[in-house]
Design a protein around this ligand. Sequence first.
Ligand SMILES: Nc1ncnc2c1ncn2[C@@H]1O[C@H](COP(=O)(O)OP(=O)(O)OP(=O)(O)O)[C@@H](O)[C@H]1O
Length: 327
Amino acid sequence: MALLEVDNLRLYYSTSKGVVKAVDGVSFDLEEGETLALVGESGCGKSTIAKALIRLWERNVSSVDGEIRFEGRDVLHISDEEFRTQYRWKKIAWVPQASMNSLNPVLTIGEQMIEPLVIHHGVDKDKALMQAMDMLEAVGLPRDTVRRYPHQLSGGMKQRVAIAMALILMPKLVILDEPTSALDVITQANIMNLLKRLRREFKLTYIFITHDLALASELADSVAVMYAGKLVEWGSSDDMYVSPKHPYTVGLMGSVPTLRGEKKLTFMPGEVPSLINPPTGCHFYPRCPYFASRGELKGLCDRDEPPYIDVEHKGVRRHLVSCWLYK
Ligand SMILES: Nc1ncnc2c1ncn2[C@@H]1O[C@H](COP(=O)(O)OP(=O)(O)OP(=O)(O)O)[C@@H](O)[C@H]1O
């Protein structure tokens, strides 16, 4: 049984301009110990999936639908109380976007780290402080970091603190939303190495959200590409890197520079459509180079939503693509 199974997840926001279909029928699963990278341009719905998984969604969410099964149990439909006491942070943890900048400036690192342990889980204060120091050590920080204030730490140190805070209750699944985006390249590499080591040491399962395909393929076993609220392609990171199929994934890959610069960089014109009135059929067709050049696709891609097709793959994982070109 997979650790996590997301089945036809939909999450809509209500706004004065209409309903934003931020996540619209997304399904994927994750085995214990596996790392999945969720990739896509800004505004595709990646963070909304993360918030749905940890059930910390915005006030203007108008509907949430589908199933999120964790260890076989549908945790989307259990009570808030049960999710808060049994799952959030205990089994499923989240390192939110820009988390290193959301540390409380007037509390020491120790005070912020032990708060959830003491308040929500009734752990004795001294024991909680020991746990905090152990976890700081595990993420490569000195134990006396507990006495420091956020302004006394560098960006990389604060990001390590944010990771330590997520791990303090030893969760099974950790969702990392752009964990390295605000850091310089050297610090980014250090955090990536830390995540790899923690994964081995604590047998963690990660969902790693990023718009950086190079980072995704370095850390992840599988890569799922989102476009305008939908998953358009999902496969093992090798398959996705060597032989991307969806025209959107191909476009994203083409815009990633390589160190040796052996390939010509391409630019993908256009932008993610409004999720209030997304295009009918395939959401990508207005930007798709094949739709523009091949007459037989007219009346198909712009009318009917493509099904998921299992294309040729070499790894153990299926390689699914939602595109009429492969039907
Ligand atoms: N509270 C909200 N109310 C209305 N619309 C929202 C809300 N939060 C997000 N959205 C919209 O939902 C869509 C998906 O947003 P989301 O933040 O999940 O995307 P993302 O892929 O994580 O982007 P980014 O990388 O910029 O965080 C976007 O169109 C966004 O504008």
